[in-house]
Design a protein around this ligand. Structure first.
Ligand code: ZN
Length: 205
């Protein structure tokens, strides 16, 4: 298993809980209705990769940059980081059309990449993300434009599923998703009040 780093400590998350369609503009770009209930799915810990792959199962992957939280005890947050939710969009569309689960499109090995998580004492009240690909800004988002902000996400998940220390919550992606091409250089940052909390750099293979 590939660990995720919280400061200097390696952590194997028990699970990765992901929120879908948490930004209205991204739901629109994929032609999805804005949901009347929070969309939740999971990636297994085995999905964590240590390099950015551009293909899986013969399909070009799509990137989704996301603000990510690492959980502590009792629903507290102890880390904030940047994550890439890698997706087989074509397969996901087929599965969606058939009303089938998304795991084949989102839970494969290497489908989740994370920057090092910055240790935090509590959930920062404001978080923003910026993703640049080859030096060009592709995605901007933040807690202010989320349909479900982090505190609400955690509360709602915990209403039906325990969150254990080390579990990761991926809070959804803003608009600007696209294909990963070999050689593309990704630079993702998570900021609070204009200060960089965490950042990750990957070159796609
Ligand atoms: Zn996502």
């Amino acid at each position: 298993m590939t660990p995720v780093w919280l400061g200097e400590r390696p952590v194997i998350p028990g699970k990765i809980v992901c929120i879908g369609r948490n930004y209205a503009a991204h739901a629109e770009e994929l032609g999805n209705p804005v949901p009347d209930e929070m969309v939740v799915f999971c990636k297994p810990a085995s999905a964590v990769g240590d390099r950015l792959i551009s293909h899986s199962g013969g399909e070009t992957l799509h990137y989704e940059g996301e603000i990510c939280l690492m959980m502590g005890e009792q629903g507290t947050v102890r880390g904030a980081g940047f994550g890439l939710d890698l997706t087989r969009r074509g397969l996901q569309s087929e599965l969606k059309a058939k009303g089938l689960p998304w795991e084949r499109a989102k839970a494969f090995d290497g489908a989740a990449l994370f920057s090092r998580f910055a240790e935090v004492d509590a959930l920062p009240c404001q978080l923003d993300l910026v993703l640049e690909v080859n030096g060009e800004a592709r995605q901007h988002g933040g807690t202010e434009s989320m349909l479900y902000p982090p505190a609400r996400i955690i509360e709602e998940i915990r209403g039906f599923m325990s969150l254990q220390p080390g579990d990761i919550v991926m809070t959804g992606t803003p608009s600007g998703v696209g294909e990963v091409r070999p050689g593309d250089r990704f630079h993702g940052r998570v900021l609070t009040e204009g200060r960089i909390l965490a950042e990750g750099r990957w070159t796609a293979t």
